[in-house]
Write a protein of this length. Structure first.
Length: 265
């Protein structure tokens, strides 16, 4: 697999650059604030190389951002082929619209929530889960860049009330996100009953040139829609979904209510 080859390359280069710098694993660990056992685990492949480790290695080994760049490329390359066109659109979009009938949209997920969702596939190896979690968190950086896109996310009330220990943290994160001036969160109340969005997740991106891209996803894969007719149909579907959602003030109140119910009593 491409992602495994990329991980091997990073691991080999980390070990090589450390050796060239004349550092033992113990010394490198002291200087990077990691234990020698963690350094050994990274270099033998029993522990994933994450972004903080890569950045710290670049700093200590003075590699000019080599490992950070390699890791970012690996995260991009390990994504399934059907998802890459959407990632490219999402990264440059001026406006983004998200709806999921059962889950918090990926761009707004906490690390723990994302990890739980990605573990739904119990055949997925743990290292792959962690790679996907890192990639999802990397995507979220578009929300904190200098010129972030305008984002509107619509969430079903039921997704807020799923009982789980990680939900209090996730709901608190949603409330922080809702404070950003360019990020708008709307909740479809349970009382709305059946609505058009229940047929599946929907994500739309408006590109800098005014073009639009839509992403659809199912249990097996996903599809990027760019045809004029297809985009127009799904844009109308989005407007219908948005139309049954509450205003942001009421939506935030619902999220706060759900957060209170998930707090330890």
């Amino acid at each position: 697999m491409e992602s495994e080859r990329a991980a091997d390359l990073i691991r080999v280069q980390l070990r090589r650059q450390r050796a060239l710098a004349g550092m033992s694993q113990e010394e490198f660990g002291r200087r990077t604030n990691y234990s020698a056992s963690t350094v050994s685990a990274v270099e033998t492949g029993t522990r994933m190389t994450d972004l903080p480790y890569a950045c710290r290695a670049d700093e200590i080994l003075e590699t000019g951002g080599l490992f950070e760049s390699l890791l970012r490329l690996a995260h991009r390359d390990e994504q399934p082929a059907w998802f890459k066109p959407w990632l490219e659109a999402e990264a440059v979009a001026r406006q983004l619209r998200y709806f999921h009938p059962n889950l918090i949209p990926g761009l707004l997920q906490t690390e723990n929530y994302a990890r739980t969702v990605l573990r739904f596939d119990d055949t997925r190896p743990e290292f792959e889960v962690e790679q996907q979690v890192s990639a999802r968190l990397e995507r979220q950086k578009i929300l904190t860049r200098d010129r972030p896109p305008q984002v509107v996310a619509v969430i079903n009330e039921g997704a807020l009330r799923l009982g789980d220990a990680i939900m209090a943290e996730q709901l608190a994160h949603l409330l922080r996100m809702a404070e950003l001036p360019y990020l708008h969160i709307h909740v479809i109340p349970t009382a709305a009953g059946l609505h058009a969005g229940l047929s599946g997740p929907l994500a739309l991106a408006m590109l800098p040139d005014g073009g639009r891209v839509v992403h659809l996803e199912d249990q097996l894969a996903g599809e990027v829609v760019t045809t004029e007719e297809g985009v127009a149909t799904l844009q109308a579907r989005w407007e219908t979904v948005r139309g049954v959602a509450l205003p942001q003030v009421s939506s935030v109140a619902l999220i706060k209510e759900a957060e209170y119910l998930h707090e330890p009593q």
